[in-house]
Design a protein around this ligand. Structure first.
Ligand code: XMP
Length: 512
């Protein structure tokens, strides 16, 4: 199915490009991000209803500044230039761009001329995210100013006849109030889109494209039981059926019942070729006596890959390997300059020695909430689709110190009770992550007139949107009390429960 309504997002290497694509999708319009070097003929043949120029780090007056074919302005297609995109539009069409006296970064009050179709139904003053040094200081011919700030007299411009619009601020980020409305105005009022695209269209398009690409060839997928790899696997299965084989390495470090649930969903509900490898003993023996968090993480990551490779070899040559990479993973792995706090292993990381020709990442452009929507479209049960984040190394990094089978059992039971009570209290939709930790601490207690010397369970619950920072959740005392009393009564070898009241930073969400 070819989408009739396409918006091209011309990429000048801005930070927020996929966010623009996402906002366009939110308005039910299909978009594709293409590099600024895309030939004009190709752009023409894609027949877009409109083009958005993204921001970018360069200065338009630098010698090697990214530049698209200037004839793009002769296609008769509406164009919205954002930040660098506006400056480029200005330069090509005869305006001037210069370095501003002051760098303008952050949330800024922008005065909007609401008679512009771009700003219809918006307030006259709107908080917008500015992030620039350069600015347009004289307009191209036939343009007029439609937005300004104290430091930036031309923060928006338009040529209403040609349908060219430029804005210095970023409508795609949350810090810009009404940003999606600005994009919607561009799509609907200026480009005359009707909004015929839905998440279900993403599923249909992907299935069709994957079918064409893969044909009768063989595909392999590492299933972790998490949302991303599950959605990727079901999508692939819809496209190629039995030519897909999923390998599910059960390292024994998943939460109570989780491995069986994964198996039931994939084998029984979807009838997917599934190989489950029960490798708990293998992982536990590698982990025996290891106490250092980073060492534990590394052992699990490496062992996972070894097990996966061994199983893959039994299958023989495959043509494609599926990865559940999603857009935030792409950004995070691209940064690479920040200090490493923890080495995150997304179980399912790339094996070295599996014989395959190409990697397929069908969710690469999607954000987490869009992956969940796709999962629901595909009929994956809500319980799996809305599963809270779970670290690749699993419960191993929620048992402080060395790991034994006994400790794993204790933690699984305590965690299960905590999750059950959170669900009973209807808090499961508001808390973003909650789990139990088995501290390596034993303390003295008294039970049934006798002395005990047993483990302490810590409960952790946080509220967060990006998981980079998080606030500890103020769970009502009555619920904490119930969880505490159930855990000490129902789980052997636990005689004390504490609640973690540290936010991130300074703590992290997981304890290791
Ligand atoms: P921290 O503990 O760093 O965790 O505050 C932030 C978020 O990342 C999850 N996490 C992981 N996810 N592999 C993952 O896929 C990992 O190795 C890993 N370690 C932590 C953690 O659960 C939280 O949601």
């Amino acid at each position: 199915m070819k989408n009739e309504e396409l918006i091209i997002i011309l990429d000048f290497y801005g930070q927020y490009n996929q966010l623009i694509a996402r906002r366009v999708r939110e308005c039910n319009v299909y978009s594709e991000v293409v590099p600024y070097t895309t030939p004009l003929e190709k752009i023409k043949s894609m027949n877009p209803k409109g083009i958005i120029f993204t921001g970018g780090p360069a200065s338009v007056y630098e010698q090697d500044a990214p530049m698209c074919d200037p004839k793009i302005f002769e296609l008769g297609i509406p164009i919205l230039g954002i930040c660098y995109g506006m400056q480029l539009m200005s330069k090509v069409l005869g305006g001037n761009v210069k370095k501003g006296l002051k760098r303008e970064y952050g949330e800024t009050e922008v005065h909007l001329n609401t008679s512009s179709p771009l700003f219809s139904n918006l307030p006259n003053n709107n908080t917008c995210l500015m992030s620039h040094t350069d600015l347009v200081d004289s307009l191209p011919n036939d343009f007029e100013v439609i937005a300004s700030t104290d430091n930036c007299p031309i923060a928006g411009m338009q040529n209403i006849n040609k349908k060219f619009y430029g804005i210095q601020f970023h409508p795609e980020v949350n810090n810009t109030l009404n940003g999606t409305n600005i994009i919607r105005n561009f799509l609907y009022d200026i480009c005359k889109c009707t909004g015929n695209w839905k998440m279900s269209s993403f599923v249909q398009d992907s299935v069709k494209n994957l079918k064409e690409k893969i044909g009768d060839k063989k595909v392999l997928c590492a299933l972790s039981g998490g949302v991303d790899s599950s959605v990727a696997a079901v999508l692939l299965h819809k496209a190629v059926g039995k030519n897909l084989t999923c390998i599910f390495v059960d390292h024994g470090l998943l939460r109570k019942n989780e491995a069986d649930e994964v198996e039931t969903i994939f084998r029984n509900q979807f009838d997917i070729n599934l190989i489950r490898v029960n490798a708990q003993e293998r992982f536990l023996s590698k982990l025996a006596g290891k106490t250092e968090p980073e060492e534990k993480r590394k052992i699990i990551g490496e062992e996972f890959i070894r097990v996966f490779e061994e199983e893959a070899k039994k299958i023989g040559k495959v043509d494609f390997l599926v990865q559940g990479t999603i857009y935030p993973d792409v950004i995070e792995s691209g940064l690479g300059k920040a200090a490493v706090i923890k080495s995150h292993h997304n179980v399912g990381g790339l094996p070295d020695y599996v014989d395959f020709e190409e990697i397929i990442e069908p969710l690469r452009d999607l954000f987490k909430d869009e992956v969940r929507k796709t999962g629901l479209e595909l009929g994956i049960p809500e319980k799996l689709v809305f599963r809270q984040p779970f670290p690749g190394p699993g419960l191993a990094i929620r048992i402080i110190g060395d790991i034994t089978e006994e400790k794993l059992e204790i933690l699984k039971e305590a965690d299960y009770i905590f999750r059950e009570e959170i669900a009973n209290a209807n808090l499961d939709k508001t808390l973003n992550q909650y789990f139990a930790v088995l501290t390596n601490l034993k303390s003295v207690g008294v039970m049934g007139d006798g002395r005990t010397y047993d483990y302490t369970i810590a409960l952790r619950a946080v509220t967060t949107t990006d998981f980079m920072t998080a606030t500890w959740s103020k769970i009502p005392y009555e619920i904490l009390e119930k969880v505490s009393s159930r855990i000490v009564n129902e789980v052997k070898h636990v005689n004390r429960v504490v609640y973690d009241i540290t936010s991130k930073p300074p703590a992290t969400i997981e304890w290791e």
